[in-house]
Design a protein around this ligand. Structure first.
Ligand code: SF4
Length: 775
């Protein structure tokens, strides 16, 4: 039997190749023709692999033609300088710069390499945003608004209100327009609104529309006062975003044109706030310290023995600075999380105390009760550095004053950091002030305090100068507990106790650990343990408080109670022992030229870059709380709860930059959209990513993303020590966008054309004369 011959792989290939000739037989001629297809035998493929050039395609995926540095600066406030890698004109990927260690301070101290790499996953993925389909790509105008302007701003004859048919925000289509038209229509609207609500007639219209009489009175007849401008988180762009307030200042020119008010009586627009409205402000900080906020750089945690992470999700929300906390823990810092939920930070802690939301003022008071009850407080520090030894009159409940006790008492001059202005004396510019500045009148009114000196057995005056070493040098032993009888200058006697004594009574009566456990659900045992840990860590306990606890009506008490605990245990103002609050960004005050920028006198512009601007603030700050509360003030029956200095004006025009919090993320969004916004006649927004705020605006000004900035800018952070510059980048604009500052300039130019007033142009001359210049 003849076995069928099984063809080899090689033979099979040849057969296949020759099948086209219509035969499976091999001819020598055919085999010669297939010489070129002879198979290649490879021994070890790792040694003899064929040409690998094709791999370059994959390797080159990450090759770039060039790179540039830009600053990522969203609302998280961390600020990371990132490097964008460009290929074929497109940013293909983003990486950290690894350059933070090169930063130095004014004394030449250099940052360590531990600051690198500084970034987070969101920053690395920004390419998707720069090229995303939700970019604001060209100026857009809402159809109804456009028609209202083109129809000559028709209004109700009696009230001046706009016909609702022009106000269908959220339903109207958007129309692409040129930049010139976007500026011109906006300027015309601002002019018309300001004119409509100016003078007696303007105020009558506002009355007819039902606005609160106090708010109408607050306009003082200036229609520009109903124009509201807001830079969202403005320290995130000292020139870009703060441009909104300079724009508000320029509205004084409009008032002058409409009412003929002249530079002395003109009123600008109103500038809306951010930090307090966002509940970023810890309200008890200014109450206790006089500072807007007390804080420290988060890297300080390495110097602490104990860190209380109080209502803050450090790991999740402080991304580039989270490593400081985990590394500190590895080096021995004890981490205690106090939170209403179990968070990513809880899983990194040594101890977690879960509390009911909004109850942590009681927790802090419970800790204070243990500190005093177990005598764990630092008595010397308390005596020399706090107001706890001051005497309180039991008849009035007020602090006893030196003038009440000592006949003809004259407060001595203050020499320890406080500047008292003499009558007629002007304060130094803010950047030259070394400490608090008060008037002679305030000094007289405040007078001095009184303590009870056990060494002398009587009352002793105490000035604000006499703290810390100066207090120790007085050679007194202040009484902390018990009641004393003080003879007043009038001859009467009055029972007095110290602040310490009445505080202790309050704590013992209401805030024992067992009582606090009922309020907070934190176990009494944990409260006692925490108090003892804090006492063991004098100057080494950091209170790292977050934004969450700010959002309750008692949030000022939270801060005040935390400061009480810190004061009892010598944990204020030390590198490893301090109180800090981390939400938003308030550090604009670090930029001492800001006042010149946002309040340069528009009637007296300085066009010489070498000379300082002359300042006159025509715009008035206003809290957007009132607008978010239905554009009303707080009244309770006949009582007006809004203080005189805080009365807002009616809101008829809004221009916002860099924020979605006023519309898209607003508290009570539905109420705002349905009831409040329809009374606003013009809403403009600067955005680079389409948001709900764009959806409800009349004009959308598309602005540059951080990768496309064409003017340098500056910012700062509340979590780290760096001052940042936004570099102007070489990346061509991806869409038809402009800088926020060019938007402000463009509106002013258009106002100049609408009103025939040349001064608007001068106000932004530095911009068109070659870019931003230092102020
Ligand atoms: S931490 Fe914030 S600033 Fe830094 S890269 Fe991430 S998103 Fe940008």
């Amino acid at each position: 039997m003849v076995r069928p011959r099984i063809p080899s792989r090689r033979r099979f290939l040849c057969q296949v190749a020759s099948a086209g000739l219509g035969t499976a037989l091999f001819s020598s001629h055919a085999l010669r023709a297939l010489d070129g297809l002879r198979p290649l035998y490879v021994g070890n493929p790792l040694w003899h692999y064929p040409n690998r050039d094709w791999e370059r395609v994959y390797r080159d995926l990450y090759r770039s033609d060039s790179s540039f540095v830009f600053l990522c600066a969203p609302n998280d406030t961390h600020n990371c300088l990132l490097r964008g890698f460009v290929k074929n004109g497109v940013v293909t990927r983003i990486a950290p710069t690894y350059g933070y260690h090169k930063a130095t301070d004014l004394h030449g101290n250099q940052a360590s390499r531990r600051w690198d790499p500084r970034c987070c996953q969101k920053g690395l993925a920004l390419v998707r945003r720069f090229y995303g389909d939700r970019r604001c790509k060209r100026p857009l105008m809402r159809q109804g608004f456009k028609e209202w302007v083109e129809a000559g701003f028709p209004r109700d004859e009696k009230t001046g209100a706009v016909d609702p048919k022009y106000l269908k925000r959220g339903a109207d289509p958007f129309v692409p327009v040129s930049w010139d038209d976007a500026f011109r229509y906006s300027a015309m609207a601002l002019e018309n609104i300001a004119r409509t609500y100016s003078g007696e007639q303007g105020m009558a219209r506002l009355r007819a529309q039902g606005y609160d009489p106090l708010m109408i009175e607050e306009t003082r007849g200036a229609g520009t006062q109903v124009l509201k401008f807001r830079g969202g988180m403005p320290p995130l762009g000292m020139t870009r975003v703060f441009a909104q307030y300079r724009l508000a200042n320029a509205m004084a020119l409009l008032d002058d044109r409409i009412r003929g008010s002249g530079p002395d009586d003109a009123l600008g627009g109103r500038g809306w706030d951010n930090y307090s409205w966002h509940t970023d402000l810890p309200p008890g900080h200014p109450m206790v310290t006089g500072q807007q906020t007390v804080d420290f750089d988060l890297c300080n945690v390495e110097h602490a023995g104990l860190a209380l992470i109080w209502g803050m999700n450090w790991i999740t929300t402080k991304m580039p600075d989270s490593h400081w906390m985990t590394e500190a823990r590895m080096k021995g810092t004890r981490i205690v999380v106090i939170a209403a939920e179990y968070s990513a930070t809880s899983s990194k802690a040594d101890e977690v105390i879960i509390v009911r939301p909004g109850t942590t003022p009681a927790l802090a008071l419970g800790i204070a009760q243990v500190l005093i009850g177990e005598k764990l407080y630092d008595r010397r520090y308390v005596e020399a550095n706090t107001d706890l030894p001051l005497l309180v009159r039991m008849d009035t409940g007020e602090l006893l004053r030196a003038r009440d006790v000592f006949a003809n008492y004259t407060p001595p001059p203050l020499t320890n950091n406080i500047k008292v202005l003499q009558p007629g004396e002007a304060p130094l510019p803010i950047h030259k002030q070394f400490g608090p500045v008060i008037t002679e009148e305030q000094r007289r009114e405040w007078n001095d305090f009184v303590i009870w000196d056990d060494l002398r057995g009587g009352p002793t005056p105490l000035t604000r100068d006499q703290v810390a070493d100066r207090f120790t040098r007085l050679g007194v032993r202040p009484r902390l507990s018990g009641e004393v009888t003080v003879r007043l200058a009038s001859g009467e006697t009055v029972a007095c106790r110290t602040v310490f004594d009445v505080t202790r009574q309050m704590l013992d009566a209401s805030y024992t650990p067992e009582q606090v456990e009922k309020i907070t659900w934190a176990p009494a045992k944990a409260i006692r343990s925490l108090a003892r840990q804090i006492a063991r860590n004098a100057e080494r306990t950091l209170f790292v408080t977050g934004m969450g606890p700010n959002q309750f009506f008692n949030s000022d008490l939270k801060d005040r109670a935390v400061f009480l605990v810190a004061a009892l245990t010598r944990n204020i103002g030390r590198i490893g022992g301090n109180v800090g609050s981390y939400a938003g960004n308030y550090r604009a005050s670090f930029f001492n030229g800001l006042g010149q920028y946002i309040a340069e006198n528009p009637f007296d512009v300085e066009t010489d870059p070498a000379r300082p601007a002359r300042v006159r603030r025509y715009w008035k700050p206003e809290s957007v709380h009132y607008f978010n509360h239905g554009d009303t003030i707080l009244r309770y029956g006949k009582a007006v709860l809004t203080g005189k200095s805080h009365i807002p004006t009616p809101t008829k025009a809004i221009h916002v930059s860099n924020s979605n919090s006023l519309i898209g993320n607003a508290k009570g969004h539905y109420d705002s959209i349905v009831n409040t916004f329809p009374r606003v006649e013009f809403i403009a927004i600067n955005e680079w990513w389409w948001t709900a705020s764009c959806e409800y605006s009349d004009v959308i000004f598309p602005v540059d993303s951080w990768a496309e900035l064409k003017f340098p800018d500056m910012t700062i952070s509340v979590t780290n020590p760096f001052l940042y510059v936004f570099p102007a980048t070489p990346l061509p604009r991806i869409h038809d966008t402009r800088s926020d500052v060019e938007v402000a300039q463009g509106i002013c130019h258009a106002l100049g054309e609408v009103t025939g007033d040349e001064r608007y142009k001068d106000y932004w001359r530095f911009l068109h004369d070659g870019g931003m210049r230092p102020y």
